[in-house]
Write a new protein. Structure first.
Length: 144
């Protein structure tokens, strides 16, 4: 059996949703950290540009992405490491699911946790450090 994974959002934009034979849920297939988030980078301290960008910022997305990126940073991950993360805000709380895998996908460690949205980065770091300890020192050796 063969298959191709495509971003569902891309198929939607192309008007080709009907070609998808299955749409995987986040529960079954965690995405890469910050997958699908659109960002605009601005010069630090530039209040004028910050004011122009503020209306298009989605606070829930900002909080979720900061949690997922903190998880990735705690694991010293990159776009080539098998790391998955998904954070979602619910009012004043944030839930987080994360996973690390060996490059061949044989061994995996996962975590599900939650906390206050104001501590999103702390929650992401905690999750990453927890999985790093759980996996042990040799787990990351072949991640080149």
């Amino acid at each position: 059996m063969q298959g191709t994974f495509l971003a569902h959002a891309g198929l939607q934009r192309l008007g080709m949703e009907d070609v998808a034979t299955e749409v995987l849920s986040v529960r079954d297939f965690l995405p890469a950290p910050a997958q699908g988030a659109i960002c605009i980078e601005q010069r630090s301290g530039d209040a004028r540009i910050g004011a122009l960008l503020a209306p298009v910022n989605d606070d829930d997305t900002t909080v979720a992405v900061s949690c997922e990126r903190a998880f990735l940073a705690a694991l010293d991950g990159s776009c080539r490491t098998p790391i998955a993360a998904y954070a979602r805000c619910f009012n004043e709380r944030i839930s987080f699911s994360g996973m690390i895998l060996t490059p061949d996908g044989v061994t995996a460690h996962d975590i599900v946790t939650d906390g206050m949205r104001g501590e999103a980065e702390k929650l992401g770091r905690f999750a990453g450090e927890t999985l790093k300890k759980r996996a042990g020192p040799g787990f990351f050796e072949d991640w080149t």
